[in-house]
Design a protein around this ligand. Structure first.
Ligand code: NPW
Ligand code: K
Length: 556
């Protein structure tokens, strides 16, 4: 399992490594600085070929310490380097202080004032690189000068549009002001226009949640994670950790170490979904069609069956043994004309709810999907029967809307349910949680999408998949995973009508095949993005199920 870290987890890893005597804080800082310089040269090889000019903005903590290392190393490459310090030298933490003093033997340090900006770097001075090492994972409150930092960086960058040199903004660990746990800008005056955006962000050891959630990806530019020798020591025979797709790892600048055995397991881990675990989840064992489950998709009324048919196609393509669409009798002909391998059952009887109850007497139907195109009224009618059957059940779209206004229905949710809201549906279902997430983040670490999804899952008593480019999955136990379709894994084509219906279908198919909700959600979210990436621009929802075979082939 690959982890995405919080700032506290990163600090604990660092502290354990230092306590073990295997490495000192100073060595880690040196490797961090080296990692930044190597990543800069790898990103812009022309910068390694000849000396240039750089500005390094250092802050009052260890992020600033990394900055002093970067300044010294660039100077060693023959660069002309100007260094600014936001804070007082006497208050720097010990390792940062050592690197400050080392730098002072090589050059000046100018004060970076957050009241008087006339001493700030001059936009017109032709720097090739501006290093933002003001704050990293230690940001605890809004950074007062962040607006000015953004203006400085923007005005430097805008020179390139006028034919001048284009300085590259390199953020050390995080763009300063961005919360490492939530990917949100601290403070209430931080629309993205005013954020100090980076061209390249170089983080250390593992990605942090803030790189992948919310505004993180757009703020970081490109993300490189440098290995600073804190790697996990593998148990004998253990599989090497798969690196999550979507960001790049720089090579280790120094020696490799291992995380000390004996570190307490981290309860608040957020998993990055890895290809190896997806491959394991979808591998099909020999058997007949009933071995692979029977998924039932509830369809909408006449003329509204498209969403359910998309879901059914997704369920079949991901390997459910049988997939049935159940529809109102009046929609039978419409669906029959559009479905072949997918079976069709009219909900005929006194009421559709009764007909569904009869259908569910077949115990082989082991996964249900309610929501896509269903209609809110019909969802209200069918949900009590569907939930009473205690099968693995995906609730999407109209089923979520029905649940939102009805505490009695909400109370019927059980542990085998899987809720798949987008942000709007989430806000209707969990208005107080959504409000907390939407409120300005005033202290760090700030409340994040991961926190919100965990809280929702605990309240609902079932797994919640909160959609977005940063899809978060949480189980009531607090287990959480993040499927980040960002950086080089971005799939903007997924923002197309019906894509969510296909996701609901893939989920239902995986549940039918016996995956428990959390694994089904992680696997489906990953496959959904891969299917979109495999097709590329021009994607429509119908293409997603048809792309799954290629994605599955590549897995094996
Ligand atoms: N962990 C690791 O393994 C490694 C970590 N490394 C590096 O260390 C970085 C983390 O260092 P860090 O903990 O010192 O935090 P950092 O972000 O430098 O700032 C903390 C300082 O800022 C202050 N402060 C906070 N908010 C403020 C505000 N709004 N306005 C003003 N001040 C504010 C806060 O002050 P206080 O709250 O105490 O008043 C404190 O003094 C990490 O990002 C990485 O770059 C690497 O060397 C490699 C190994
Ligand atoms: K920074």
């Amino acid at each position: 399992m690959t982890e995405i870290l919080t700032s506290a987890q990163m600090r604990a890893i660092e502290a354990a490594a230092i306590a073990s005597g295997r490495v000192t804080g100073l060595e880690l800082m040196e490797r961090a600085g080296q990692g930044v310089v190597e990543a800069v040269f790898a990103e812009w090889p022309a910068l390694a070929a000849a000396p240039h000019r750089a500005v390094v903005l250092c802050g009052p903590g260890s992020n600033g310490g990394d900055g002093f290392v970067v300044a010294r190393l660039l100077k060693g490459w023959g660069w002309e380097v100007e260094v600014f310090l936001y804070g007082e030298p006497g208050k720097l933490p010990p390792d940062a202080r050592v690197n400050y003093e080392r730098w002072c033997g090589m050059g000046a340090v100018l004060p970076l004032d957050d009241e008087r900006f006339d001493g700030w770097p001059n936009a017109a001075s032709g720097h090739a690189v501006i290093v933002d090492a003001i704050f990293g994972t230690g940001l605890v409150r809004p950074y007062r000068a962040h607006r000015h930092l953004a203006m400085t960086l923007n005005s430097c960058q805008s020179l390139s549009r006028k034919g001048g040199p284009s300085p590259k903004v390199v953020a050390v660990d995080l763009p300063s002001g961005l919360c490492s746990n939530s990917g949100r800008w601290l403070g209430d005056d931080q629309p993205l226009d005013f954020a100090p955006l980076a061209n390249l962000t170089v983080s250390f050891h593992a990605p942090k949640l803030g790189h992948l959630l919310a505004d993180g990806p757009v703020s970081c530019g490109r993300l490189v994670v440098a290995d600073i020798g804190l790697g996990q020591r593998l148990a004998p025979g253990a599989e090497a950790r798969a690196r999550p797709a979507g960001w790049a790892f720089a090579p280790a600048p120094g020696g490799r170490g291992g995380r000390e055995p004996g570190l307490p397991p981290r309860q608040d881990t957020v998993e990055a979904i890895a290809q190896a675990s997806v491959a394991q989840s979808v591998a099909k064992a020999a058997g007949h069609k009933y071995t692979h489950g029977h998924a039932l998709i509830l369809s909408g009324a006449v003329g509204r069956g498209g969403a359910a048919r998309l879901a059914a196609r997704g369920a079949l393509r991901i390997g459910a043994g049988l997939v049935t669409v159940a529809c109102p009798p009046s929609a039978l002909i419409e669906n029959a004309a559009r479905l072949d391998a997918i079976m069709l059952r009219p909900l005929r009887g006194e009421s559709e709810a009764e007909a569904l109850a009869t259908l569910l007497e077949d115990a082989r139907i082991n996964a249900l999907c309610l929501g896509p195109g269903l209609g809110v009224e019909r969802a209200r009618e069918l949900l009590p029967v569907a939930l009473a059957a205690k099968r693995a059940t995906v609730l999407d779209a109209d089923a979520l809307t029905a649940l939102a206004g009805d505490p009695a229905l909400f109370a019927l949710l059980h542990a085998s349910c899987l809720l798949t809201p987008h942000a709007g549906e989430f806000a209707r279902l969990f208005p107080d949680i959504a409000a907390k997430l939407a409120a300005p983040a005033t202290t760090g670490p700030a409340y994040s999408k991961v926190d919100a999804t965990r809280e929702a899952a605990a309240r609902a008593g079932c797994t919640v998949l909160l959609k977005g480019p940063d899809t978060v999955i949480a189980a009531p136990s607090g287990r959480a995973a993040l499927n980040a379709a960002v950086y080089d894994r971005a799939a903007p084509w997924l923002a197309t009508a019906g894509a969510g219906d296909v996701l609901a279908g893939i989920l239902t198919g995986l549940l039918a095949r016996g995956l428990e909700p959390f694994s089904a959600a992680s696997t489906a979210a990953w496959l959904h993005v891969e299917a979109a990436r495999s097709f590329g621009p021009g994607l429509i929802a119908e293409d997603l199920p048809e792309q799954l075979p290629a994605v599955l082939r590549n897995l094996s």
